[in-house]
Design a protein around this ligand. Sequence first.
Ligand code: HEC
Length: 138
Amino acid sequence: MKKYLLVISFAICMCIVACGGNSTSNSSDSVASTNGNPKMGSIPSDVSGNPDYQKGLGLVSKSDCFTCHQIKEAGTGPAYQDVANKYSNDEATVNALAQKVIRGGSGVWGTVPMTPHPDISLDDAKAMVKYVLMLKNK
Ligand code: HEC
């Protein structure tokens, strides 16, 4: 079991080195500094190099999500980090949460409803949710 974990962490390291190397350290720096959103400040650079993260963040930033959600603190909506910590990052969850973003709803985090987003495609909503779920820190 231990050996297995070692192999996995080795593989992860290699991936970070391979995908990261010269490009990720640059691009993750520029993600943190050029997106102009101060709420983005403290995301670990290992996820910020992930293309799913980039795509989801781009979509979330273009939509109205950050008017109610922040990364670390609850506002009108729950903190994205709390959402990420509550769920497991699997296909069924991504689907269910993407539907919720599109349809809106309440009752999971409190009585305040999330507004529906009928203009967002299921694919885009899934990309947004994948980004949110990557913020897990527990
Ligand atoms: C008008 C404020 C508002 C906006 C805008 C908003 N949300 Fe929410 N969001 C909420 C609230 C409130 C909840 C908690 C709902 C509940 O308790 O079931 C929530 C919950 C969530 C959840 C967790 C759902 C669950 O069932 O646990 C996700 C994921 C989410 N929002 C993503 C997004 C995304 C992505 C966007 C942008 C497209 C967005 N939200 C825009 C208010 C908002």
